[in-house]
Design a protein around this ligand. Structure first.
Ligand SMILES: [Zn+2]
Length: 472
């Protein structure tokens, strides 16, 4: 099992530079896709009510991208599921290391946060009540590490010389901050279409579209592509219903494949979208259903296509990976709150109408109580490719303010801040939003200041890796 010590020891790896004209050379890349659509009837994740899948709108995939430079390896894995847990990541990393030789610490496993995917077992107190304990869920969950290993193994097998370029696109007015200042002075959460009491959004969005593009070494057009890694921040909760779907990341993949060809693989690493979704409350049209993911995939795909014109080669530098464990404090809860939470869950689970925030509060309290005072130990992971591109894996649903702060502090031209990476502690709001309250801060299982702590660690790791990459 890949454990804490190995993680702490995740060394920065220096490589002999193999450069050609100052750009990344001698890079090999492999990509693979594996269908992970669960059986019908399986409980679905995403909401505070239990529902079983009764069809497949579009399949769910595990996608893996493996980079090799001078024998040094790293893998990015994107899963069309709600989130990934620490035990699953540990098991998958151990298996990947055994099957391919890629060090477990060099594997970044992220979930797209699709809300029309399967529930997993042992994700949280709430997920256990939403079907996580069913045999079908337990069996599927236990099968996931093996599927991830197989996907990375296939990608590793495909390693071939490749050219890697990057670009940053811009996609405004597609994602929205879902928290609003209301006329009564409160902060509203998803306050409803055309609500006249909305004053203005309570926070920003992140319109940047991070793009890492892989193609054949001598490629002269779009059909000689291999893969696109897209980093964009928006909740994949645009489809709803009870049919499996990868939501907008799946739709984006179909749009990109329509240009490059069916061989092309699109990996989505979701950005810091804890408080961002696609709902435009100043627009009256309905925005939940299969048609909505198509609209979003088309617009976001357009932003990617436009950004292709600015693709730049990744500046030379070694491939390097570093992880650090960070301790996050628990929010304070009292014995009275725990007793009230137990009662609420028992009462409200059969009658949820009008009790949503009570249930949110109760599950947060029970999740925190189950830790028996033990603070969270979470991983911040940074992968740097050359001197221009870095990925940061963060362990939960991170507020956009934190992602923007981190990007501003990063010395890399493109920093893909990927949330729900390797594990999840749930929502990670910024300090100000804790003070302003409502859904995400109320449900957060880590104390105020946790997000800022993660940003500080990630910014330091980015600075260290950048300095080491340039030999300074
Ligand atoms: Zn979410």
């Amino acid at each position: 099992m890949y454990g804490k010590n190995a993680l702490l020891g995740a060394a920065v790896v220096f490589l002999a530079l193999c450069t050609s004209g100052g750009v990344l050379a001698d890079t090999r890349v492999g990509v693979a896709v594996l269908d992970i659509t669960p059986p019908l009837g399986m409980p679905m994740a995403g909401y505070y009510h239990e529902r079983g899948a009764d069809g497949v709108l579009d399949p769910l995939f595990c996608r893996a991208l493996v980079f090799e430079q001078d024998g040094q390896l790293a893998a990015l894995v994107a899963l069309d599921i709600i989130s990934i847990t620490r035990p699953l990541t540990d098991a998958a990393r151990a298996g990947v290391e055994q099957a391919t030789g890629i060090p477990g610490a060099h594997v970044l496993i992220s979930a797209t946060h699709a809300h029309t995917g399967p529930e997993l077992s042992q994700r949280s107190q709430r997920s256990e009540d939403m079907g996580g304990k069913q045999t079908i869920t337990v069996e599927y969950t236990e099968s996931l590490p093996g599927r991830i290993v197989e996907c990375v193994r296939l990608a590793h097998e495909q390693l071939s010389p490749a050219r890697v370029r990057y670009s940053t696109g811009w996609c405004d007015k597609l994602a929205f901050n879902r928290r609003y200042y209301m006329r009564d002075g409160s902060v509203g959460w998803n306050p409803g279409k055309l609500n006249p009491n909305i004053v203005l959004p309570a926070g920003p969005t992140d319109p940047e579209v991070g793009i890492v593009y892989v193609e054949q070494p001598e490629a002269a057009g779009p059909t000689q592509s291999v893969a696109t890694y897209v980093n964009f921040a928006m909740h994949p909760d645009t489809t709803g219903g009870s049919k499996f779907s990868a939501d907008w990341p799946g739709a984006l993949g179909r749009v990109l494949a329509s240009y490059h060809g069916p061989h092309h693989v699109t990996l989505v690493g979701n950005g810091t979208c804890g408080n961002l979704n696609h709902c435009d409350f100043f627009w009256g049209w309905p925005d939940s259903g299969p048609f909505e993911q198509h609209r979003i995939g088309t617009i976001l795909g357009g932003a990617v296509f436009q950004a292709y014109k600015d693709l730049r080669p990744v500046a030379a530098g070694p491939l390097r990976v570093r992880s650090e464990l960070v301790e996050l404090a628990l929010p304070e809860i009292s014995e009275d709150e725990i007793a009230a939470a137990r009662q609420t869950v028992a009462e409200v689970n059969s009658d949820r109408g009008g009790n949503f925030m009570r249930l949110v509060t109760a599950y947060r309290t029970l999740n925190v109580a189950a830790r028996k005072g033990q603070p969270h130990q979470v991983e911040v992971q940074v992968i740097a490719l050359g001197q221009d591109v870095a990925w940061v894996g963060l362990p939960g649903e991170v507020f956009v303010e934190l992602g923007l702060a981190l990007k501003k502090r990063s010395p890399f031209a493109l920093t893909c801040v990927v949330e729900l990476a390797n594990e999840s502690v749930g929502y990670i709001p910024d300090r100000r939003s804790y003070a302003e309250g409502n859904y995400e801060p109320v449900s957060a299982r880590c104390a105020a200041g946790s997000g800022e702590k993660l940003v500080d660690v990630a910014a330091r790791l980015l600075a260290e890796l950048h300095a080491e990459g340039s030999g300074t």
